[in-house]
Write a protein that binds this ligand. Structure first.
Ligand SMILES: Nc1ncnc2c1ncn2[C@@H]1O[C@H](COP(=O)(O)OP(=O)(O)OP(=O)(O)O)[C@@H](O)[C@H]1O
Length: 112
C-alpha cells in the first residue's frame, strides 16, 4: 500500500515507488489511472500518482502549523537507454550522464 509511504516522505525518509513488469502488464494503468483527474478530487479510476500527490498535499496541509514543506517535480523518460527530461522546453534536450548510469545499474539489478 502506498499511503503510509507518503507519510514517510513527509517524515524525512526517501521513498521510491517503482512499477516493474513486462509490457502490457498494467504499469501505466496502475500509475496513471484511466480517467482525467480534477484538482483535489479522487475517483475510482484515479492512478497511483494522483492518489500519492493528493495524500502528500493533504498531509502537508494538516501539518502546516508545524512544518513548511517544499515540493518539486521532475519527469524523466528512459527510452532506448537514453534519458530525456519530459518537462524541458520543446527542442531543448538535456543529458544526465550521472542519472543515466544509476538508472541503467537499477535496470541491470532488476533484470538479472
Ligand atoms: N487491472 C486492469 N484492469 C483492466 N485493464 C487493465 C488493467 N491493467 C491493465 N489493463 C489494460 O491493459 C492494457 C495494457 O496496460 P498498460 O498500458 O498499463 O501496460 P504497461 O505495463 O504500461 O505496458 P508497456 O510496458 O508496454 O508500456 C491497457 O489497455 C490497460 O487499460
Amino acid at each position: 500500500q502506498t499511503k503510509p509511504l507518503i507519510q514517510c516522505v513527509l517524515d524525512g525518509y526517501n521513498v521510491c515507488i517503482l512499477a516493474y513488469g513486462q509490457t502490457g502488464s498494467g504499469k501505466t494503468y496502475t500509475i496513471m489511472g484511466t480517467e482525467p483527474d480534477k484538482m483535489g478530487e479522487l475517483h475510482a479510476k484515479s492512478g497511483l500518482n494522483y492518489r500519492a500527490l493528493t495524500e502528500l498535499f493533504n498531509l502537508s496541509s494538516k501539518r502546516k502549523e508545524t512544518f513548511s514543506y517544499s515540493v518539486s517535480v521532475q519527469m524523466l523518460e528512459i527510452y532506448n537507454e537514453k534519458l530525456r527530461d519530459l518537462l524541458a522546453p520543446t527542442g531543448q534536450t538535456k543529458e544526465y550522464p550521472f542519472l543515466r548510469h544509476i538508472f541503467l545499474k537499477l535496470a541491470d539489478f532488476l533484470l538479472f
